[in-house]
Design a protein around this ligand. Sequence first.
Ligand SMILES: Cc1ncc(COP(=O)(O)O)c(C=O)c1O
Length: 338
Amino acid sequence: MLKHNFDELVNRKGTECKKWDTYADDVIPMWIADTDFKCPQPVIDAMVKRAEHGIYGYPVNCKTFEKSIINWQKKRFDWDVDIDWVEYTPAVVPAIVYAMRAFTNPGDNIVIQMPAYHPFHDIIPNNGRHILGNNLILKEDGSYEVDYENLEALLSKKRTTMFLLCSPHNPVGKCFTREELTRISELCLKHNVFVVSDEIHSDIVYGGSKHIPFGSLSQEAADNCVVCVNPSKTFNIAGVRTGAVIIPNRHNHDLFYAPLENNKAYGRTVFGTLPIEVSYNECDYYADQLLEYLQGNLEYLENFVSTRIPKIKGGTSDYIFPCIVLQQSNFAINLIFG
Ligand SMILES: Cc1ncc(COP(=O)(O)O)c(C=O)c1O
């Protein structure tokens, strides 16, 4: 089996890197979900081979991209995804905006759970919709719980038409259980609220917790959602600006896709889809070893904080995934928020 060297230090300065080329040299940037690990060797090899071909003309859709998404969802989460449910998107945040425009109207309310991934605070008002925030409840042990009572109050408001779920949740690192997701789904169905599930962090879940794709919960849930995925966090390929949506219901699929079709805004790129295909088809070993490595960092940090800065309270490692990875002097530390 291939083995990835997560200890390798790579200088990213001077590569137009948002993380390392934004600040002065004496600043250690720790704010973006972008690891400093090299991506898997099979991805690098495939990209080099494609680059050496020397012609980068218009690509045609041979469904290899869609098949790789199906492949990953099946082997990692046991979700049977149909090829017609999958669509290419230019990353996850634009996909959320497309969904918002397809399934809601200006002036509508969109529910998010607080604290929320910061672009959610921009894309909703930027598109003329209102944010309704449902605060996650911090428990004694550092984990978070959904406030169902308040959630239902927000979902039942007249102009609430969408719930933007972040599963697992960034920034608190909560991996929702089947029971929690089912309850959320039932509340959304009861109040006729469409669900967009951002599952970009689904691969990085620890300690016996298991990610459950929202669309796999039930037929009713599948018919009421768009699931957004991207291997960019796991394999450190966010710069290729490519992602995908999974939309099991045909009517919803067509509503989502019509504006892209009409505006000819579906153009994919050879260097965008290729790393995703190779990651999802060939790089389970990398995802597994990454998790093991990060788990070690997590234990290191928990131990360091509890012995050296005991007044800082951490969460439970069952729920926490690394928001940010800092690599320094041959070791990496996950900084945990929540
Ligand atoms: C919850 C969440 N959604 C989306 C994104 C960004 O996704 P993309 O680069 O595919 O737009 C991030 C990046 O940190 C994220 O944490």
